[in-house]
Design a protein around this ligand. Structure first.
Ligand code: SF4
Length: 495
C-alpha cells in the first residue's frame, strides 16, 4: 500500500504453515500496555497459526513458548473466540453461491471470520486452478514466481474474479501474467526512492511535516502492480517489521516536532491484530505534536470481514484518524465492501479512495465514473488517481499519461465535484506527488484571461494584472488549437 494503495505484519514464505516469531527481544518500551498487547496477540496468533509481526531470520518455526510468552488459558480462549469473528456481517448472493460451491464445509460464520479468510488465502497454482481456469500465460507466470509479492488472494476477493476470462479487470490485477517478468527502461524496484528517504527502518521522511510509517509487509491480498512489490509478502526478505522497530520510528517522530502528520501504511496496517494496532495508535497519540494520523489500506475491499465492531470501536478512540482505501474498479463495490465502509464512516473516520490507473483494467471514463459515483454512495470521497508507478515489471499496466487527463476532462463539469479525484504522478526518485490537470486556460486577450469550460465554450475573466495565458497565446500564434480540456493540438494532429 503506497501512502496509498498501496500496509506489522505477517511474514510469509509461501508455505501454508505460517509460524509465530513475535519480536519481544528488542528494547521494550516503558508503556506497560506493550507487553499485554504482545501477549494477547500471541495467544490469538498461536491459536490460529497466524503469521507474526516480525520477519524472522530463522528458518526454524518459533513458538510462543520459545519466545517466553505463555498466554493464559482464558486469554487464549477469549482471543480465539472474538478477535476474528464478525457476527452479522452481510454476505451477498454471489458470495454465498461461491462459498457453497468452493468451500462447502465453510459456514457463514466461518466466512465472516477474518482469521478464516486469512488462513484460506489462495497461495499457489493448485489452489488457484481449483477456482479459476487459468490461461497458459497465467499458469507460466504463477509457476515462475519467486520472492516478494507472492500470490495471495482471500476467498472473498476470489469470489469476485471471473472463472473463465483472463481479461476480466479484477482478475488482471491479482493473477500474475508473464508481463510481470519484462523489464523496461525507467523501471525500478523502488520507483519512488523510498529506501533513500528512510529515516529509521520502516519510516520514510520525505516531506517536511509528515512521515510514511511502514508498519508491516503483509497484505491479505497482493496486487500485481504494487509499488512496494520489493518489500511485501516475503518471509526472510531484506525488509523487516517488528514492534521494537515501531518503537524506534515513534521515537524518531517524537524527536522531530516538525512532523504533524503520520501515514500508517505497508503492506496493510489493518492486517495487524486489534490490540497491536491499538498499541501503535496509542503510542503515536502520546506524541503531542502529531496532529493527524492516516491509515492506507485495501482491506475493506479485499477482506471487508476484517472491519469488525471491535475494530471500529477501537479506532474511534484515536481521532483525528483518516483513512485512504485502495479501490481499483467498480466491481469491487459489493454489499460487503459497502458495509465495511459504512462501519468505518459511522466510526467518524473520513474516508478517501486511492486508485491506480491501469491499462485494460480501469483506463476508461465510463469505468471510472461508475467507480467514483459508487464510492460516493458508500461515503468514500475519490481522493487520488495515480498514474501507475514505473515499478519493475509493470509496463503491461501502464497507460500513456494522456489517458488520465482524458478521464479527468470527462469527469470535470460532467459530474459532481466530489466525484473528481486529483490525478497525480508520484515523481520517480522521490519527487513527491505532482498533480496534473487538463488545461482550461486557452489564452489572454489584453486584460482578459481566456478560459474554456467542460463543453468547449470560451469565456473571459477580467484579470488586468495577470499574465497567465500568454504562453497559450504563443501556441495559438503557432497554429495550434485547443480541445475542450484546453489541450493544444496542431491542426494536422487533430485531423
Ligand atoms: S499488494 Fe498490498 S501494499 Fe501493495 S498495493 Fe496491494 S494492498 Fe497495497
Amino acid at each position: 500500500m503506497k501512502d496509498r494503495p498501496g500496509s506489522a505484519g505477517i511474514p510469509e514464505d509461501g508455505s501454508t504453515k505460517e509460524h509465530i516469531s513475535l519480536d519481544i527481544t528488542g528494547p521494550v518500551p516503558e508503556h506497560t500496555y506493550h507487553l499485554q498487547t504482545v501477549e494477547a496477540d500471541s495467544a490469538a496468533l498461536a491459536s490460529l497459526h497466524f503469521p507474526s509481526l516480525h520477519h524472522s531470520h530463522s528458518d526454524a518455526p518459533q513458538s510462543q513458548t520459545e519466545n517466553g510468552i505463555a498466554p493464559t488459558k482464558s486469554v487464549r480462549k477469549q482471543a480465539k473466540k472474538s478477535l476474528f469473528k464478525n457476527p452479522g456481517f452481510p454476505e451477498s448472493e454471489r458470495t454465498r453461491a461461491f462459498r457453497r460451491r468452493f468451500y462447502p464445509d465453510a459456514t457463514k460464520e466461518d466466512w465472516s471470520d477474518w482469521g478464516w479468510q486469512v488462513r484460506h488465502r489462495i497461495r499457489d497454482l493448485e489452489q488457484l486452478s481449483r477456482i479459476i481456469k487459468l490461461s497458459p500465460d497465467e499458469e507460466t507466470a504463477v509457476l515462475r514466481h519467486r520472492g516478494s509479492l507472492p500470490i495471495g488472494i482471500t476467498p472473498y476477493y476470489a469470489s469476485l474474479l471471473d472463472e473463465i476470462n483472463p481479461d476480466q479487470p479484477l482478475r488482471r490485477t491479482h493473477i500474475p501474467v508473464t508481463g510481470e517478468y519484462v523489464r523496461t527502461p525507467g523501471e525500478d524496484p523502488d520507483p519512488l526512492g523510498e529506501d533513500h528517504d528512510t529515516a529509521t527502518p520502516g519510516l520514510v521522511h520525505r516531506y517536511p511535516d509528515r512521515v510514511l510509517f511502514l508498519t508491516t509487509g503483509f497484505c491479505s491480498t497482493y496486487c500485481r502492480y504494487c509499488t512496494r512489490s520489493r518489500m511485501v509478502g516475503e518471509t526472510n526478505g531484506v525488509y523487516s517489521f517488528s514492534v521494537s522497530q515501531w518503537e524506534k520510528a515513534a521515537q524518531y517522530i517524537e524527536a522531530h516536532p516538525e512532523i504533524r502528520d503520520c501515514l500508517l501504511s505497508g503492506g496493510d496496517p489493518l492486517s495487524i491484530m486489534d490490540d497491536k494496532l491499538e498499541w501503535l495508535l496509542a503510542r503515536l497519540r502520546r506524541i503531542k505534536h502529531l496532529e493527524f494520523i492516516r491509515i492506507g489500506t485495501k482491506i475493506p475491499v479485499v477482506m471487508p470481514q476484517r472491519i469488525t465492531k471491535n475494530l471500529t470501536r477501537m479506532l474511534r478512540k484515536y481521532h483525528p484518524l483518516w483513512m485512504s482505501i485502495h479501490f481499483t474498479h467498480p466491481d469491487e463495490l459489493t454489499p460487503e465492501t459497502a458495509e465495511a465502509c459504512e462501519r468505518l464512516a459511522d466510526a467518524g473516520i473520513p474516508l478517501g479512495s486511492q486508485t491506480v490507473l491501469l491499462k485494460g483494467v480501469n483506463d476508461n471514463l465510463e469505468t471510472m465514473r461508475r467507480l467514483y459515483h459508487g464510492l460516493l454512495k458508500i461515503r468514500v470521497k475519490p481522493y487520488y488517481l495515480y498514474q501507475c508507478d514505473p515499478v519493475s515489471g509493470s509496463s503491461h499496466f501502464r497507460t500513456p499519461v494522456e489517458k488520465g487527463l482524458e478521464i479527468m476532462a470527462g469527469l470535470r463539469g460532467f459530474t459532481t465535484g466530489y466525484a473528481n479525484p486529483i490525478f497525480v504522478i508520484d515523481a520517480p526518485g522521490g519527487g513527491g506527488k505532482i498533480p496534473l490537470m487538463p488545461d482550461y486556460v486557452i489564452g489572454r486577450d489584453g486584460a482578459d484571461l481566456l478560459l474554456t469550460n467542460f463543453e468547449g465554450g470560451v469565456y473571459r475573466y477580467p484579470d488586468p494584472e495577470g499574465r497567465l495565458g500568454e504562453s497559450q497565446n504563443y501556441l495559438r500564434q503557432q497554429g495550434f488549437d485547443h480541445d475542450t480540456a484546453g489541450r493544444f493540438y496542431t491542426a494536422k494532429a487533430r485531423n
